[in-house]
Design a protein around this ligand. Structure first.
Ligand code: FAD
Length: 302
């Protein structure tokens, strides 16, 4: 059996595996797609100590570092079920069962997509999901934020300080964000809120040049010219496969303590799949390191 088996090969999983392997214990990683969300990122400017790097290049460099250690990497494998017996058992979609004394779950998350024409086509060409990451690329320009929940309104407040103008589009008749955020939003001069707006299409040629939406009251289609669209309709953790094995929040995030431990003894979690409030590469890597040290601590005590 493994001493530490990491499920997920994004920044959190890779960091956890490297920290575990450096303890000289038997370490494995199972990952559907090594690199995770970083594969889909164009430019990264907030990975401290590296001024600018593109996602695939960062993934290659992380993978090289993983290869330098004695880590059993099982790529293109999907975890299906977790079970605690004498050891912790992980069943894969292909039917194989892997056994380990401890496990670190780092299966990440995915941004919920709008699913309208133009969204996939203009991803990284004006369509963005992460204001902390891509906000500065739109300095002085006009952008829209789709979604009037807490994350959408926070994104709009954040962006309003950088860009020329922000339009918030909300499908429902009113914003869903906390009152304090709405107050702050309404106090800003360069923000317009449009409710009852159903996004129809993100338009552009080589990059985004506007957005079309249906006014749900009049059923009229309207168009706004702008340079960027931030989609903020939810970040979904990849944790459905865990069922009730470990405690999760209402939105499915794995609940962890300050050492990355979950509610199941010997099972740790890190990165975007957890209830960590901020989802970033540097934060995922840090929490991966925490979970690996937490798992090591558990091993020497049990
Ligand atoms: P992920 O990167 O999501 O990795 C999850 C891993 O788990 C993957 O290997 C996946 O294949 C695997 N997996 C999932 N389910 C299973 C399963 N059932 N079985 C086996 N494996 C599974 N952050 C920044 O700091 N700076 C940026 O500039 C930035 N830009 C971004 C741009 C985009 C377009 C996106 C989408 C995100 C961006 N982020 C950025 C956020 C950052 O990518 C994430 O916070 C980070 O990748 C989270 O790392 P993670 O390891 O927790 O999860």
């Amino acid at each position: 059996p493994f001493d530490v088996l990491v499920v997920g090969g994004g920044p959190a999983g890779a960091s956890a595996a490297i920290y575990a392997a450096r303890k000289g214990i038997r370490t494995g990683i199972v990952a559907e797609r090594f690199g995770g969300q970083v594969n889909d990122t164009l430019g990264i400017e907030n990975f401290i100590s590296v001024k600018y790097i593109e996602g695939p290049q960062l993934v290659a460099s992380v993978e090289q570092q993983v290869k330098d250690y004695n880590i059993d990497v099982m790529k293109t494998q999907r975890a299906k079920r977790l079970e605690k017996k004498e050891l912790i058992e992980l069943e894969l979609e292909n039917g194989a069962v892997l056994k380990s004394k401890t496990m670190i779950i780092s299966t990440g998350a995915r941004w919920r997509n709008l699913g309208v024409p133009g969204e996939a086509e203009f991803k990284n060409k004006g369509v963005a999901y992460c204001p902390h990451c891509d906000g500065p690329l739109f300095t002085g320009k006009d952008v829209a934020v789709i979604g009037g929940g807490n994350s959408g309104v926070e994104a709009a407040i954040d962006l309003a300080g950088l860009v020329n103008h922000v339009t918030v589009l909300e499908f429902a008749a009113e914003l869903k964000a906390d009152a304090v955020l709405q107050e702050r939003l309404h106090s800003l001069q360069n923000v317009t809120v449009i409710t009852n707006a159903q996004t129809k299409e993100i338009t552009g040629e080589d990059k985004v040049n506007g957005i079309s939406y249906i006014d749900r009251e009049t059923e009229e289609t309207k168009h706004i010219e702008l340079h960027g669209v931030f989609v903020q309709i939810g970040l979904v953790p990849n944790t459905d496969w865990l069922d009730d094995t470990v405690e999760r929040t209402r939105i499915g995030e794995i609940v962890v303590d300050s050492r990355g431990a979950t509610s199941m003894p010997g099972v740790f979690a890190a990165g975007d799949c957890t209830n960590s409030p901020y989802k970033q590469i540097i934060i995922s890597m840090g929490s991966g390191a925490t979970a690996a040290l937490g798992a090591f601590d558990y091993l020497i005590r049990n």
